[in-house]
Design a protein around this ligand. Structure first.
Ligand SMILES: Nc1ncnc2c1ncn2[C@@H]1O[C@H](COP(=O)(O)OP(=O)(O)OP(=O)(O)O)[C@@H](O)[C@H]1O
Ligand SMILES: [Mg+2]
Length: 458
């Protein structure tokens, strides 16, 4: 894990120099401070990944610096250097949240090891924070009371309690990830991590080390030990999305891990027991995937102990009104519009369209309708053409049916609404900085000025 910013805090220039050279050799970026106060300034100004601080210093010593940082709720990794004979202060530092201490005189290797470990710790902490916030996203978000969905909820409830592996099957956008999070949240493992990994999004040659981790030197580029997602998910749930995109040899290895309950980091021969529930998902028919050589049959039997099928939206049209209402609420709130109501004719269109992209597509269509209607009344003209053409009055006619409201297909007002929306978002993201907003919008600053004026936004 080279290329980290490490702050050296020491009042002796000679010590600073030694550490600085060492860090550069390790491939990190050293910053220097002569005492605790200077260190706080540096931390304020730079994204520091690790602090290596001497204990005895004028003005503000190492312990005071550590206390100040922890007082600010910072969990920045911190290594304390103390002189021989002051072990008590090293212990004191650990109590105040230092992750390691080094006693002078030290040898270089020991310091290098300590730095590497501390940086790894910082990474894991960040990853955990990220994943914990991921978990809070799901569960309880399911909408729809069709018989088909009620059966899904029942299955989720049944399977959640145990530890059996689960296979989720369903077309794109049917809610497989939502179901996986729901199972985790309803399970006794809910306080441990839910770790999603999309097998299609990660290059095949990295996927193995992502899953199982590696030791330093296991392959070119493995410059440090790294924990895999299986270890990270220990006690919790791993979600293997798009399992049929996993290379076949890796599927064989995964099968062994599932059979033996043991993982090994690449390059290590130290097996570790892991207690992980596996939920896998695919938007393909598993039988066909097996026939096509995309899914190992033995792995399939291992993970399909319990299969939950997410039905396509076109087979549960009765869920559409509540889903549409749910997404209108969600997106009008997000965009700061009033909640629009929806015309019966528009709803009828939604219920006649086959929804190849399922619930995700419906959500996108409703978000767009909120924007185009300005949060007022969603009508057929606020729907994309391929959906609007399912309007009841268009059915059965021989001649090309005229839209009920010819003005409703006019491009200009639609384009204007979208432009306003995108410009608003760009300004929001850049905190009102017009130069950067123009760059995001991929238009010139001049054009942005013009449009702001035109829409009365400036
Ligand atoms: N029944 C539902 N109620 C409410 N929201 C849903 C429902 N089903 C899906 N969604 C929402 O639709 C979107 C797509 O769902 P999700 O990502 O779980 O689908 P997926 O099956 O994993 O799709 P893909 O195969 O494309 O990855 C998400 O924003 C999800 O919150
Ligand atoms: Mg998904």
């Amino acid at each position: 894990m080279p290329d980290k910013t490490v702050l050296i805090v020491d009042d002796e220039p000679k010590m600073q120099r030694v550490l600085e050279i060492m860090l550069k050799q390790m491939g990190h970026r050293p910053l220097l401070a002569g005492n605790g106060l200077e260190a706080l300034e540096q931390i304020e100004a730079h994204a520091v990944d690790l602090v290596v601080s001497d204990l005895q210093m004028p003005q503000m010593n190492g312990l005071q610096l550590l206390e100040a940082l922890r007082g600010q709720d910072s969990d920045l990794p911190f290594i304390m250097i103390t002189a021989y004979g002051t072990v008590e202060s090293a212990v004191e530092a650990m109590k105040h949240g230092a992750c390691d201490y080094i006693i002078r005189p030290f040898d270089v290797e020991q310091v290098e090891l300590s730095i590497t470990r501390a940086l790894e710790l910082g990474r894991v902490q960040r990853e955990n924070r990220f994943l914990k916030s991921e978990v809070s996203k799901g569960w309880g978000e399911f909408v729809g009371q069709s018989a088909a969905m009620r059966q899904v909820y029942e299955h989720i409830g049944q399977v959640a309690r145990g530890k059996t592996n689960v296979l989720l099957v369903g077309e794109t956008g049917t809610g497989k990830e939502l179901a996986a999070r729901a199972i985790h949240q309803a399970s006794p493992r809910k306080d441990a991590l839910f770790v999603p990994i999309n097998c299609a999004a990660i290059p095949a040659d990295i996927l193995e080390s992502e899953l199982f981790g590696h030791t330093k030197g296991a392959f070119t580029g493995a410059v440090k030990d790294r924990m895999g997602k299986f270890e990270l998910a220990g006690g919790g749930t791993i979600f293997l999305d798009e399992i049929t995109e996993m290379p076949m040899p890796l599927q064989a290895k995964l099968l062994r891990v599932l059979q033996e309950g043991v993982v090994e980091r690449l390059g290590s021969n130290r097996p570790m027991e892991v207690d992980v529930r596996v939920i896998a998902a695919t938007n393909r028919n598993p039988r066909e995937a097996i026939a096509d050589g995309k899914l190992r049959e033995d792995l399939y039997y291992r993970i399909q102990v319990f299969t939950v099928e997410l039905p396509p939206l076109r087979q549960r049209l009765e869920d559409i009104p509540s889903l549409a209402g749910h997404f209108l609420d969600k997106h009008s709130a997000k965009l700061g519009y009033p909640v629009p109501d929806i015309a019966p004719a528009a709803l009828a269109c939604l219920q006649r369209y086959p929804w190849p992209g399922n619930v995700r597509e419906l959500e996108n269509v409703m978000e767009r309708a909120v924007v185009l209607s300005g949060g007022e009344h969603v009508d057929v003209r606020h729907l994309p053409l391929e959906i609007a053409e399912h309007a009841p009055y268009a059915a059965g006619g021989n001649a090309a049916p005229a839209p009920a409201d010819p003005a409703g297909l006019a491009l200009d007002p639609a384009v204007e609404a979208l432009e306003r929306e995108f410009i608003g978002r760009a300004l929001e993201q850049t905190g009102g900085n017009k130069t950067r907003a123009a760059r995001l919008l991929e238009i010139s600053e001049r054009t942005l000025w013009y449009k702001l004026k035109k829409y009365g936004l400036s």
